[in-house]
Design a protein around this ligand. Structure first.
Ligand code: ZN
Length: 181
């Protein structure tokens, strides 16, 4: 038999109110509590299942209530096609198993001027070098690149690194985020 969702165990709608959840749990507990049904293994199992469902529903409500984590910007370095950065887990408000929006950004060589910051412009006067500033990078030779994504952290253990497959720049590029204190 397929496992029932917590709200199904308690015979509730998925978005039941806190009062409805408590009433349903109390009704279930009264009916199958081991004290009122001694020696009934089915009732004991049903009680444990109901208790777990009740706790799961309360937890879900808390998670829904928690304010969304604001996007965390991480300055990364480009290592080949890979983006590598560090996420300060505690300062970011990240919680285990919660989705957090990340913006990974890095500076990369400007593709228009190939890092030179300017182009050789054609000049009518021979030998008089004239250069035109690259408009894309404002003459700096580098441009900022950004990757916005949502990640679900399965661990908050600092010192570990998570690999976000295919989230680097270009083919075969991944993002690596080191979790730091
Ligand atoms: Zn440029």
């Amino acid at each position: 038999m397929a496992k029932l969702a917590p709200h199904e165990v308690l015979d509730l709608e998925p978005d039941a109110s806190l009062v409805e959840i408590k009433i349903a749990y109390r009704r279930m507990a009264l009916a199958v509590h081991p004290d009122t049904t001694p020696g009934d293994p089915f009732a004991a199992a049903r009680f444990r299942e109901g208790r777990a469902a009740y706790e799961a529903m309360l937890r879900e409500r808390e998670e829904r209530k928690a304010p969304p984590v604001s996007a965390v910007r991480i300055a990364c370095v480009l290592v080949g096609p890979h983006l590598v950065g560090t996420l300060p887990v505690h300062a970011s408000g990240a919680q285990r198993q919660r989705w957090i929006p990340l913006t990974l950004w890095a500076m990369r060589t400007c593709g228009d001027c190939e890092g030179a910051g300017s182009f050789a412009a054609s000049s009518r006067v021979p030998f008089l070098a004239r250069r035109e500033e690259c408009a894309r990078c404002d003459g700096t030779g580098v441009v900022g690149v950004e990757r916005r994504l949502r990640v679900r952290l399965t661990t908050l253990r600092t010192g570990t690194a998570i690999r976000l497959r295919g989230k680097g720049l270009g083919p075969g590029g991944h993002a690596f985020v080191h979790l730091a204190a």
